[in-house]
Ligand binder design. Sequence first.
Ligand code: SF4
Length: 183
Amino acid sequence: MTGKRTGIPNRHLTYPLAHPTVPFPHSDTPTACQTAPQWFSHEQTSTRAAEKDIAKAKHACASCPIVQGCLKWALANPDMTHVGVWAATTTRERSALRRRMIQRLGPDWVAVVADRERAREQRRQAARYHPPATRQGALARLEHELIPTRPPAYEPWREPITPARAAANRRVLAQALRKGAAA
Ligand code: SF4
């Protein structure tokens, strides 16, 4: 796919140049770039009409359900996205974002992003199959219920000594001294 922007990549076709580790996300509903591709195909804001279309495209992307995945795909595939608006970004903005990604994650940033994505997906799958669910939830609730009524920890060395306890200690000491003197 080169040249003019004509909508999102058709997932039924294969794009041999597309980065294999960052698939284009799936949307159950048609996206704005499919229903109004004319807003998305401008190269730059050279005319007032182009400027308006780009603003409309960006606005539409902002509420697109796959905007995050679309942005990752567009950044990972510069050769296929060198024209038009993708995920609310223009060509120049995408170039700037790519430079930032290289600065933060290194020249192989696409692989780093793909790895993170895979790990996140695995965690999501694991959570789906082993939900923290009922038992952990019940334990957390129980803990929450018990904490306010839990008695304070027994820490006698932190308590100030009472006059009664001081008098008792003196009696014990005096008794011990008397016994010692008599022996
Ligand atoms: S974010 Fe924008 S460019 Fe990407 S699929 Fe959605 S509408 Fe199209």
